[in-house]
Design a protein around this ligand. Structure first.
Ligand code: DC
Length: 226
């Protein structure tokens, strides 16, 4: 059967990774959470006191970072591994949320992550979520989705997600962080968040995860059989 590339871009906390993960599981495709890569680079920079305004320091630091994903298909998880260590938990904290958009705006960082993301397309059968996947990483993708949701709903989702991982943060801090990241992600010079011309907009404010999955699965199957 034909295999395709599916891209899911959109604002922070719209549920992109959840949709991408479920879609990949249903189709037996590879799932790549590109945001996790920017988060891991940010963690490395913070842990190693890298001054990311200094290009030379950034270039040297990137040479010391190896990123990989570890999948557990039974559990349906995809963990970020940086330099052999599972960093899935630390990359989801507020310290990273606060800085990741700044780091993701750096040209050398994007070149480093995008090159690795594009290597995945050698074999199709991939679902990747992020901000520039349909526009820059895989402009040739057969199915592109631009996900959006009501801002209050997104705050609630991120709040519950953090609670679930044992992190207590107030809603106002989350709201401010989402606004700040959306602003930075859409206004940066290199590969800002944009809807690709041929992307389908999906507002999932009033959809359950299951409804959303069924809808997108239908679109994917149409593309696969066309
Ligand atoms: O999807 P996320 O919230 O985990 O992404 C974290 C940050 O990484 C987000 O604020 C912007 C950046 N990002 C990006 O610039 N390009 C991508 N393809 C994915 C994420």
């Amino acid at each position: 059967m034909k295999k395709i590339i599916i891209t899911i871009d959109g604002y922070s906390s719209c549920g992109k990774s959840t949709l991408a993960k479920h879609l990949a599981r249903e189709l037996n495709y590879v799932f790549v959470d590109s945001g996790a890569m920017y988060r891991a680079v940010t963690l490395y920079f913070l842990n190693n006191n890298i001054n990311w305004n200094d290009t030379e320091e950034v270039v040297v630091a990137l040479k010391n970072i190896t990123l990989a994903f570890e999948y557990n298909y039974e559990k349906g998880t995809s963990d970020m591994i940086m330099n052999g260590t599972n960093v899935e938990s630390p990359i989801r904290g507020m310290a990273i949320n606060d800085k990741v958009s700044e780091v993701a705006a750096i040209k050398e960082v994007r070149e480093f992550t995008v090159a690795q993301q594009q290597r995945n397309s050698i074999e199709k059968g991939i679902v990747m979520d992020g901000r520039d996947i349909g526009t820059v990483v895989f402009p040739q993708a057969e199915l592109k989705i631009f996900l959006t949701a009501d801002p209050e709903k997104r705050v609630e989702r991120r709040y519950n997600q953090l609670l679930h991982t044992g992190v207590q943060v107030d809603r106002e801090a989350i709201r401010k962080n989402l606004e700040m990241r959306d602003y930075k992600d859409t206004h940066r010079e290199i590969s800002p968040l944009r809807k690709a011309k041929d992307a389908v907009v999906l507002d999932n404010t009033d959809l359950t995860a299951k409804e959303q999955l069924e809808l997108v699965l239908g679109w994917a199957k149409e593309k696969i059989s066309s």
